[in-house]
Structures are given as structure tokens and as C-alpha cells.
Design a protein around this ligand. Structure first.
Ligand code: GLA
Ligand code: ZN
Length: 682
């Protein structure tokens, strides 16, 4: 393992849960059951202390580690690793009362009361100091404890907005560093619009959605400030326990944080995944979940990640949450492993008796029994993971990447364009990802700052914001032989959210061989037709539909692959390709149906000699993912449908990694089934 710090953690596939021992201190019989059941379920890791501040520091400066000592010892005695949290996500009531400045302020200038969790100001020096003190205590006390495996810093940071004077001051300092003087800022934000020019820094308040540059910078600042807080949190941990790795649990990307920047400062990525299984089409839910796993793997390329939280059954916050159908727990847990996780972990080990999460799913429910469907499902995962050690050092290798970029998403969300309703940026990225997932082709989900040179195909749907240097990097990628695909609503603004003049940035215009003149927006009810041109570059034929967005473009050196077949712009180009240097750049000018994307990318993958995990066509809803070491391939074959499916493995001879027996040439997949097949690499 490249990163020495991770050796211990990744000695085994990890299996475990968030464990709230401190809620049961007066029930020793429950605690005894816990350790017995942990062993029975083949758990080897527990995340502890996440919401324990009030129990660890009951009064300002008075610590009580007695219960945590017992817990750590008990874990070590049972050979279960501790993922020890810093408790900053939930301050105790005395702290909020004694130091009101630590409480967040809302946009109207009112301090929030002490309630819930994640309710503090990231800027407050007092809060940072109190966190530093308790983190230091934890690190000093447990630095040599045999159970200590990994730091779990705080819990689910978010880019939450605090409107207190301290945050505003910090924002203005951030702006001074970025722009230097107000003239530069006024130009970047185009503040002459609606008479918004600033003449003093303290006039700047991040409350004006009509000034796009301001809101984009505020978003960047709040993300940076959360990161700054995290960096302050880990100072004592790094100092006292330099050999212990650090993570903080990420979430799906809708929390206003640029996780790419966090990724540089954690040793291992971990994330909390809560898909809505069995509510809509599980094939679509499976694809979306795969997209997020790939995103989390891509944050730190070449390293495994951790599935820090997932529910073993239901959630309590989704409005509707269905229990998992037979097979689904195994499929959805091992899906994470397929995409590069080296753990399956749950929220939560045991259901709490009271308060907000008492009916959230858990490994051990209020029944306090191992004789439950969920406990058996969990145990089966524990047993399976023990048979997968050979997979630990393997990685997922992608030659295709989809750019899904946070700053772009923030800017696009603020933008008023011809179709502001339902821009669907994230979903659009998933629609461009889905055809590869269905074919079993590995995809990295990257951001616009990632190096493109290692990929054969880079897809950038709706890349509205193109920051400094990006058009040139795209140009260099294509010149060197790369295939670049982009779509409508791309290349419209720069880093400051200022529109580009004279068409696209010059490097992009040369690479695409075209410029865009107008965007037509269709209503929800309207649809148009696209016709493929004869003899086109990708051998596509027939007609497809488009909806919502249709851009009117002018090819300069690009040639037409498809034309619009409806509206006054029938005959105008709708899909083009530009041969440029040694590569190609495709432009998809309209939001097409999924069939077009499936056929387009299938043809493109073939043209670029990119193969799926198996050399056979997979039935719809069945997919495969590959992890490989230097001499072994592991193919995860997954059925996201509720139907029996047959997959002919063709010539390949595989061993079933979970049973150790040779796999049949034709694999029978039951509803929600998963098989892990291995074969030596010749
Ligand atoms: C998040 C939190 C957990 C818990 C779960 C419930 O992921 O990190 O503490 O609240 O949600 O699903
Ligand atoms: Zn604040």
C-alpha cells in the first residue's frame, strides 16, 4: 500500500457500524449483548464517539473518559478496530449557552437556538479552541491504544451558511485575497448592473442572488471555511498521532462543499450512502449509486475508499423507506466493494431508544435479537467480506471520465437561462454515465481541475463554467488523441461567472470547430426529432427525440452527425464531430433521449477499443464492474432487476470468489443477485 498510514486499516475488508455505546451505560446487559452480537455478525470495526461531546466533557474543561476507556478496551479485547470520532458535530448545551458566539446566525441576523446538531459557526475562534482542546485530549489519551484504527473527524460537514459578523469579516478577507481591490471585484461581479457597485468592503453582504459572482464566491468561501475548520481540527491529531490515518465522512454532492479540496487533506475517503431502493426503478437507483461510488473513488485515484454509513434496512428521514428485498442487502453492500470500497459499514449498530433516530434501521433493532432477517443479512456480508481479502489491494482502472464539477454546479444553479426550470445538471451527468455502467465499462467521475491526459474519452455535460486554463487543457487533450464530448449549455462563463465574448473561449472554439448562437427551451410537454446523417462517423442511423434544450450552433470545421428534424431549425446541426489534432471533439447540442446516448456511447466505446468487464452483451439491468491487481481480475456481476437473468460468460473461465468453485459458463443470477468472479491475468 502506497500510503503507510493505511496499512493497518486495509489489512482486512472492514465491516461494522456507528456504535453509540454511551447511550446504554446504565444497561450493562445490553452492552454485553453488543459485543457478543458484533462477533456473531463478523464485525471488525466500529465508529464511536461521534456524538459524545456532552458525555466526554460534561462541564467546561472537566473531562470524563472513563466510559470511552472501557469501550476502547472492550473493542481491543474483541479484536474490533475503533474508528474514533472527534465530537465537533454536536456541541453540548453548556457550550452553546456559555459561548453564544459559537451558535450559527441566520440570514436575518438572529442567533439560532441550541438544537439538533451541526449547528455551530465554522469561524468562531472560541468553538475552534474548544474543539482543539477535546481533540487533543482524545489524541493524547488514545494515541497508543491498540484499538485505534482511524480518526473520524466530526460528522458530515456541510457548507452551511452562517451570517454572523465573524463569518462576514472572514468572507471579506477572503475576497481581498482573491481580488486585491474593490475595482477588480466590481468588474468581476459586474456590479454596475442594477447599481450594485461597492465603495467599501463592509457593504458586501452575501444575500443578493441577483449578483451571481457574489453568490458564487460566497459558496466557494463557505466551502473553504468548512475545510479551514477541518484543517484546524486535525492539527492535534496529526501532531500526536502521525501514524493514524484521518477521514471525515462525505455525503452525496448536494451539501455545498467542494469535496475535491477536502480530499487533498484526508488520508482515505469515506462516504455515507442512502439510496432509495425499491421506490422507483432499481436499475436507475443502482446506476445512480454506482455514479456516487465512482465519484468517491475518483477523489483519491488509485486508493480504496470506505462505505462509512449505509442502512442495513430502512432510514427514518426519507419520507418513504422500504425494507430491502431478499438479496438486495448483499447486492447493494457488495456494489460498494465492486466500485472500490474496502468496507461495508452501517448507520447504526443498535437502534437508540429515544429521540430522532429511534426508528432508523440498525443491525440490532429494539427486538435485541440476532434472529432477524436484517441481522442474518448483515452476518452474511461479514462472512462474505472475510472471503474477499484477495481483492483488498486491487483497483478500478478507468479510461473514460465524466466531468461533474462543483463550481460549475453552483454557478449553473444560480444562472437565469432560457430554461431555468429543471436544469438537472447532476442527473444529466448520470445520463451520460449510464451507458458505460450498463456495458460494464469503468468510469471515473472527476472535476474540471483533474488531469485529463490518462483518459481516452472525457465527457463534460453542461460544463457551463470553464475556468482559467480549462479550454486550453481540453484542447491539449484532444490534440494528443483524446476524445472529448460536451453538450448544450457549456462554455458560457468564466471563473467569475462573466459571459465569454465572441463565442466560446478561443481554445474551445477551435477544438469543437463551432460556436453556439442561441439556446431554445422547450416546455415539459414539447419534444422534437433528431435525424442521424448518412455515413456518419459513428455509424448511427435513424431518428431519436430531444426535449428541454436545443442549441443552435454554427459548425466552422466540425461536421454534422445528426440534424434537427423538427421546429424551424429542422436541418440545422444537432450533433457534430471535429477531427482536431490526433483526437476528436463531439458536440451534442440538444438534450436527447437516453436511447441516443446509449447508442452514441456504445459506438464511441467500440471505436476507441474500450471493452466492458465481460466480452458479452449484458442484459438490461445487469452490469459488471472490474477490480484488478497485477495478476488477477475480479468481476462483480450484478443484477439490479427483480427478474432471473442469465449471463453467458463466453470463453472466459472464472472462479466464484465466494464459493471457491469454478463458475458455470452460463451464470444464473437470481433477482438482486451478485456474483464475484475471479480469473488470473495472463
Ligand atoms: C447521516 C449521519 C448519521 C445518521 C444517518 C441517518 O448519515 O451521519 O449520524 O443521522 O445520517 O441516516
Ligand atoms: Zn459565523
Amino acid at each position: 500500500m502506497e500510503n503507510k498510514r493505511l496499512e493497518n486499516l486495509f489489512q482486512k475488508m472492514r465491516h461494522g457500524a456507528d456504535y453509540n455505546y454511551e447511550q446504554w451505560l446504565d444497561s450493562p446487559e445490553i452492552l454485553a449483548d453488543d459485543f457478543r452480537l458484533m462477533k456473531q455478525s463478523h464485525s471488525n470495526v466500529m465508529s464511536i464517539g461521534i456524538f459524545s461531546w456532552a458525555m466526554l466533557e460534561p462541564e467546561d474543561g472537566h473531562y470524563d473518559f472513563s466510559w470511552l476507556d472501557r469501550l476502547m478496551d472492550e473493542l481491543a479485547a474483541n479484536d474490533i478496530g475503533a474508528i474514533l470520532a472527534t465530537p465537533s458535530a454536536a456541541p453540548p448545551a453548556w457550550l452553546s449557552q456559555k459561548y453564544p458566539e459559537t451558535r450559527r446566525m441566520n440570514v436575518l441576523g438572529h442567533r439560532e437556538p441550541h438544537k439538533g446538531r451541526q449547528n455551530f459557526c465554522f469561524t468562531s475562534p472560541v468553538y475552534r479552541e474548544k474543539v482543539n482542546q477535546i481533540n487533543r485530549q482524545l489524541a493524547e489519551r488514545y494515541q497508543n491504544h491498540p484499538a485505534l484504527l482511524l480518526w473520524h473527524v466530526s460528522n458530515e460537514y456541510g457548507g452551511v451558511q452562517c451570517h454572523c459578523e465573524l463569518c462576514y469579516e472572514a468572507f471579506r478577507t477572503w475576497l481581498k485575497n482573491r481580488y486585491g481591490d474593490l475595482n477588480t471585484l466590481n468588474h468581476a461581479w459586474w456590479t454596475t448592473f442594477w447599481s450594485h457597485r461597492y465603495t467599501a468592503w463592509d457593504q458586501i453582504e452575501p444575500v443578493d442572488v441577483s449578483t451571481h459572482g457574489l453568490m458564487l464566491d460566497w459558496q466557494r468561501f463557505t466551502s473553504d471555511q468548512a475545510l479551514d475548520f477541518y484543517k484546524a481540527e486535525i492539527v492535534p491529531l496529526r501532531q500526536i498521532t502521525p501514524a493514524i490515518p484521518i477521514t471525515t465522512n462525505f455525503m452525496r454532492p448536494d451539501v455545498a462543499l467542494d469535496y475535491w479540496r477536502f480530499a487533498e487533506h484526508v488520508d482515505v475517503i469515506s462516504w455515507d450512502s442512502y439510496p432509495r431502493w425499491h421506490q422507483t426503478d432499481d436499475v436507475v437507483t443502482g446506476m445512480e449509486t454506482a455514479f456516487y461510488h465512482d465519484l468517491h473513488r475518483s477523489y483519491k485515484q488509485g486508493l480504496p475508499f470506505l462505505l462509512m454509513e449505509s442502512t442495513p434496512s430502512v432510514t427514518n428521514w426519507q419520507g418513504i423507506s422500504r425494507v430491502k428485498k431478499p438479496g438486495a442487502h448483499k447486492l447493494t453492500s457488495l456494489q460498494a466493494i465492486a466500485h472500490g470500497s474496502n468496507s461495508v459499514q452501517y448507520f447504526q449498530w443498535r437502534q437508540s431508544r429515544g429521540a430522532w433516530e429511534k426508528f432508523h434501521g440498525a443491525v440490532v433493532s429494539h427486538l435485541n435479537s440476532s434472529d432477524t432477517r436484517v441481522f442474518r443479512d448483515v452476518t452474511q456480508i461479514g462472512e462474505s467480506l472475510e472471503k474477499l481479502s484477495a481483492i483488498l489491494p486491487s483497483t478500478n482502472k478507468a479510461s473514460v471520465a465524466v466531468i461533474y464539477d462543483y463550481e460549475n454546479e453552483w454557478a449553473l444553479n444560480n444562472a437565469q437561462i432560457p430554461r431555468t426550470l429543471g436544469k438537472k445538471y447532476q442527473i444529466t451527468c448520470q445520463h451520460h454515465y449510464a451507458p458505460f455502467w450498463q456495458q460494464g465499462i469503468t468510469v471515473d467521475v472527476i472535476n474540471a481541475r483533474t488531469d485529463l491526459s490518462k483518459y481516452k474519452i472525457v465527457i463534460a455535460p453542461m460544463l457551463y463554467l470553464m475556468g482559467k486554463g480549462l479550454p486550453e487543457r481540453i484542447e491539449a487533450f484532444v490534440q494528443a488523441g483524446g476524445v472529448f464530448v460536451t453538450t448544450y449549455v457549456s462554455g458560457m462563463v468564466d471563473d467569475s461567472d462573466l459571459a465569454f465574448l465572441n463565442g466560446y473561449p478561443p481554445a474551445l472554439r477551435r477544438t469543437l470547430g463551432l460556436y453556439s448562437e442561441e439556446i431554445d427551451a422547450l416546455t415539459d410537454e414539447q419534444q422534437g426529432v433528431l435525424e442521424l446523417c448518412e455515413g456518419n462517423d459513428l455509424n448511427l442511423a435513424g431518428s431519436y427525440s430531444f426535449h428541454e434544450y436545443a442549441e443552435l450552433i454554427h459548425p466552422e470545421t466540425a461536421t454534422m452527425i445528426a440534424a434537427y428534424g423538427s421546429e424551424f431549425y429542422a436541418g440545422y446541426p444537432a450533433i457534430t464531430v471535429n477531427n482536431y489534432g490526433n483526437g476528436k471533439a463531439y458536440y451534442i447540442a440538444a438534450r436527447t433521449d437516453d436511447e441516443l446516448l446509449a447508442d452514441f456511447y456504445k459506438s464511441l466505446a467500440r471505436a476507441e477499443n474500450i471493452n466492458g468487464a465481460l466480452s458479452v452483451d449484458l442484459p438490461k439491468g445487469v452490469t459488471a464492474q472490474v477490480r484488478e491487481t497485477e495478476n488477477q481480475r475480479f468481476v462483480f456481476l450484478m443484477n439490479f432487476t427483480d427478474q432471473l437473468q442469465m449471463v453467458d460468460l463466453g470463453e472466459a473461465h472464472f472462479t466464484d470468489q465466494l464459493t471457491g468453485s469454478p463458475a458455470a459458463d452460463e451464470v444464473t443470477l437470481y433477482p438482486y443477485d451478485i456474483r464475484i468472479l475471479s480469473a488470473p491475468i495472463p
